[in-house]
Design a protein around this ligand. Structure first.
Ligand SMILES: Cc1ncc(COP(=O)(O)O)c(C=O)c1O
Length: 280
């Protein structure tokens, strides 16, 4: 998150344009707004970044494009070919901030690696974090890579000591803990499969996710479901601020946690008399 703010601080003057998808991670929108930039929000297309429309929206005033891949809270991705075509058409004056916060969870070969675009010398800042698969969110540590002149521009606005020593030590240790990453990825895949099975059975609309959360849609205001689940000790996330008033984003947990959520969800839907196959 810090790096998103740094990029906005370094690259955006008041009145400059920043393009983001309407469904993208909200902190990017907030950071751009704080800089008094004009935030150009592009609706997602079939719940994915609409790269064509993003390209078509670039003007001489566009300084930044923020792309989270996977996109939070939808969990969808743009694939290698799509991103390659997009990057090849990008004008010189625009920097793409490619946020790969959930990259380590991904099992698909179709997932584009920001590193490939960095290696091709594109105007790209690729972001990674230790907050997700590495489980170090409380230490507030992540990293980014880009061409040296882009990094130098960020360094001008970075506060000294913004990544503390303890966090750096933990992050370096985490990088070599490949067993943890592999196991977490497996647990996540199994958890998602469990969610999908149950959502299908309950006839709920959901998106297949490349991240560690699943977007699931209901036919009622999601706050109703959120509140009841929370009273049952299960915390999910409404996504109204992203334009989805009837959906929840549910993080994938370990098997007992996933079971607990699904049990609570079944009880909640039954309580609200939202039609399920059992009630039909
Ligand atoms: C796309 C995306 N980027 C960044 C972050 C935040 O990462 P960090 O904890 O490193 O600030 C999140 C977390 O919710 C996210 O979904």
């Amino acid at each position: 998150m810090d790096l998103i703010y740094l990029a906005c601080l370094a690259y955006l003057d008041p009145g400059d344009e920043m393009i983001i998808s309407a469904g993208s991670f909200i902190s990017a929108r907030i950071a751009g707004t704080i800089m008094n930039a004009n935030i150009i929000q592009i609706p997602t297309r079939e719940y994915r970044h609409d790269l064509e429309r993003i390209l078509a929206s670039i003007t001489p005033k566009t300084k930044l494009i923020y792309l989270d891949n996977p996109i939070n809270p939808l969990g969808t991705i743009v694939n290698r070919k799509e991103l390659a075509e997009f990057m090849a058409q990008l004008p010189e004056h625009v920097l793409v901030v490619l946020d790969e916060a959930y990259a380590e969870y991904i099992t698909s070969r179709d997932y584009p690696r920001g590193l490939d675009f960095y290696n091709q010398n594109y105007n790209i800042l690729v972001l990674r974090t230790f907050s997700k698969i590495y489980g170090l969110a409380g230490l507030r540590i992540g990293y980014g890579f880009a061409r040296p002149e882009i990094i130098q521009t960020l360094m001008k606005v970075r506060l000294p000591f913004n990544a503390n020593r303890a966090a750096q030590v933990a992050a370096i240790a985490a990088l070599s803990d490949t067993r943890h990453v592999k196991r977490s990825r497996q647990v996540n895949e199994a958890g998602k499969a469990m969610f999908y099975r149950e959502f299908k059975r309950l006839k709920l609309f959901y998106l297949e996710s490349y991240a560690n959360f699943v977007f699931v849609n209901f036919t009622v205001d999601s706050s109703l479901i959120f509140d009841i689940l929370q009273r049952k000790g299960v915390i999910t996330r409404t996504v109204k601020e992203y334009g989805f008033p009837t959906a929840l984003r549910v993080s994938v947990g370990r098997e007992p946690e996933n079971r607990r959520f699904l049990k609570a969800l079944n009880e909640t839907l039954a309580y609200l008399r939202i039609s399920t196959p059992a009630a039909d």
